[in-house]
Design a protein around this ligand. Sequence first.
Ligand code: PLP
Length: 388
Amino acid sequence: MPTNPYAWLDESLATIHRADWYRSVQTIHGRPGATVVLAGQEVINFGSNDYLGLAGDMRLIAAAITAIAEFGTSSTGSRLLSGHRELHRELEEAIASTKQTEDALVFSSGYLANLGTITALVGKRDLILSDQYNHSSLKNGAILSGAAVVEYPHCDLAVLKTQLSQQRQNYRRCLILTDTVFSMDGDLCPMPALLDLADEFNCMLLVDEAHATGVLGKTGAGCVEHFGCTGKQLIQIGTLSKALGSLGGYVAGSSTLIDFLRNRAPTWIYTTGLSPADTAAALAAIKIVQQEPQRRAQLWENVHYLKNLLEQQLPNLKLLRSESPILCFQLSSATDALKAGKQLRDAGIFAPAIRPPTVPTSRIRISLMATHEAAHIEKLVAVLKDIC
Ligand SMILES: *Cc1c(COP(=O)(O)O)cnc(C)c1O
């Protein structure tokens, strides 16, 4: 018998190190923004999800401070017991109004919104079809639900259709899961075609708008709006922690769906309500998204500026197809990706290397913000030219 039941942890970590998959945290000092101080060095920040630059905005900060002064630091209980405040309802109404859905429900994070919603909607007599590149929260929600899970190749509608024709009739309910903006690639799901398939095979469709909320669509409502699918029957999940600069997640959909989730989603029922500060900050952010479309316009101007510069000056860079502020270029190994990340960092650019197991192939991931200046983008391209 081995003498130490924990010895495998060291061995496992050693394996992670050998593959160059090892990861650790890095400290950011001060407020978030287009430039940040990272481990003592000022860098241009291409590694944040704060697409509209709202996480450091004085109006969100003031809203959070006011809410703390009025309601305290904690909501002190689950929403169904002592944790519900008027602020939560205001936020849920603002989300439903932006999304043009009947209702919405906020969770403590986007991850928990996915886990709770998926496990409430399907169980062991049901089928989940899930895009291979979906976010971890969708994948783990699917596993936790106990449903039969079948992955389809990334955005491959032909395979999805075949799987549906072969398997749909063997199950009670069927749920299709997809990111709308794929978080580690930057491309979009084929939403109108997915809605058609869901219709044809009597399936529910759950879309994760984490990287689309505040970013895509005429009013910033997300990819559903971008594709003209507003008002269609579907289940929309999102986060308050990316373009909205706060913390928390949401589900938006029919009032029946939301009412059902309030009674059946374990990660909503058995956890403390969103804190007053996070709730108020998210509410302030939604108002800014509605009132300042120029922020979103500036973000997209930055995206087009970077894409044009890269096309002109680095035509050989292996850019992944992107229709979002997330731009990735591929490298042949985790070691190469780490090396490129380090070279960028030494030159004052923060753009993280993303490696397996997060993604199948190693890459550098660049995410743009509305608050990046032309000079920031030009510096990125100049440094990339040096190191490539
Ligand atoms: C970030 C992200 C989440 C999780 O959201 P949090 O609020 O950070 O927990 C869920 N889905 C996708 C696609 C994401 O990118």
